[in-house]
Ligand binder design. Structure first.
Ligand SMILES: *[C@@H]1O[C@H](CO)[C@@H](O)[C@H](O)[C@H]1NC(C)=O
Ligand SMILES: *[C@@H]1O[C@H](CO)[C@@H](O)[C@H](O)[C@H]1NC(C)=O
Ligand SMILES: *[C@@H]1O[C@H](CO)[C@@H](O)[C@H](O)[C@H]1NC(C)=O
Length: 280
């Protein structure tokens, strides 16, 4: 189910962000990142990649030790006044990106699972965008060990040819997930976020999470959105291929094909979602 924001409402929020940004002297690059973040939230909702509980983040373009993400709100409902600046170091909320009058205890803590984002940004300095979702199509591949999700289509090189890694909280040592901590599969601590971030392989930009969803990393926010959508498509195609082939594994992309389509991915993203300056 989606909550559609009318176009006029979206335009209003963008204009509001522009106005607030000029009043608060937010750098132009941060404003662009924030507008992209709102668009990303709404696009991921529209494409049914995220439900009401997914989240997307972007590294702060003027300070790589910080990232921008909304507080705990459904992505469809994100506005400039829901964007929070967080520390990469510990996922602590510093303040609202567009409202410096909110300070101290009044600053919302953010998603319980914000550690997914902080630990991925911490571990991979080149990553500028992260998505966490509960996309149903990928869950069959997260919930068993027999069939690995692999790149099936040339729009999904981010999955890789070797099989997307699966993060399973049951395999974690007690010092990462102690007995006295909730075993609800959520990534509620730095230690859990770190364990998840360590699961990424060179070959794959996604980690599937058993019984839960996925985490996607990318060199830009837009690529994170692009990858997330096509990872969902990829899972559908692979499952359909398995069914159609009577259980036989469908042909996936090989290493060379993955490498070459990944090289071309940036151009595809720019066509699907052109840079702000090229559309004005
Ligand atoms: C960058 O972010 C870190 C962490 O929030 C902060 O300590 C530092 O002062 C910031 N740097 C600048 C130049 O604002
Ligand atoms: C989080 O990390 C920052 C440094 O990046 C530090 O200034 C701040 O005190 C830390 N906050 C908590 C609650 O540990
Ligand atoms: C900042 O938040 C305060 C308290 O919610 C609100 O009154 C004010 O209008 C907000 N400022 C902007 C620029 O939206």
């Amino acid at each position: 189910m989606h909550v559609y924001l009318p176009a006029t409402t979206t335009v209003f929020y963008v204009l509001q962000a522009l106005w607030i940004a000029s009043a608060q002297k937010v750098p132009a690059s941060v404003l662009s990142a924030a507008i992209d973040l709102l668009d990303a939230s709404h696009i991921l909702d529209l494409l049914d990649v995220v439900d009401a509980f997914g989240h997307v983040s972007v590294r702060n373009p003027v300070n790589s030790s910080q990232f921008l993400m909304t507080f705990a709100i459904a992505p469809a409902l994100a506005t400039s006044q829901s964007i929070v600046t967080y520390e990469v170091e510990n996922a602590t909320a510093i303040g609202l990106t567009f409202n410096s009058s909110i300070t101290g205890a009044a600053v919302p803590t953010g998603f319980a699972e914000r550690f997914i984002h902080s630990e991925i940004f911490k571990r991979f300095p080149d990553v500028l965008g992260v998505v966490h979702s509960h996309t149903q199509e990928i869950l069959p591949f997260a919930n068993q060990d027999c069939v690995k999700l692999v790149s099936q289509i040339h729009t999904a090189p981010s999955v890789g040819s070797e099989g997307a890694p699966v993060f399973d909280v049951r395999k974690l040592p007690k010092n990462v997930l102690p007995d006295n901590q909730l075993h609800d599969l959520d990534i509620r601590t730095e230690a859990l976020g770190d364990a998840l971030a360590r699961m990424f392989s060179v070959d794959s930009q996604v980690v599937l999470m058993r019984g839960h969803g996925m985490a996607v990393r990318a060199p830009s926010l837009r690529e994170a959105v692009f990858s997330s959508f096509y990872i969902k498509q990829d899972a559908t195609v692979q499952l359909q291929g398995i069914l159609l082939g009577g259980g036989k594994a469908p042909l996936g992309l090989n290493k060379r094909e993955v490498m070459d389509t990944a090289t071309d991915a940036k151009n595809r993203v720019d066509r699907a979602w052109p840079p702000l300056d090229s559309t004005s």
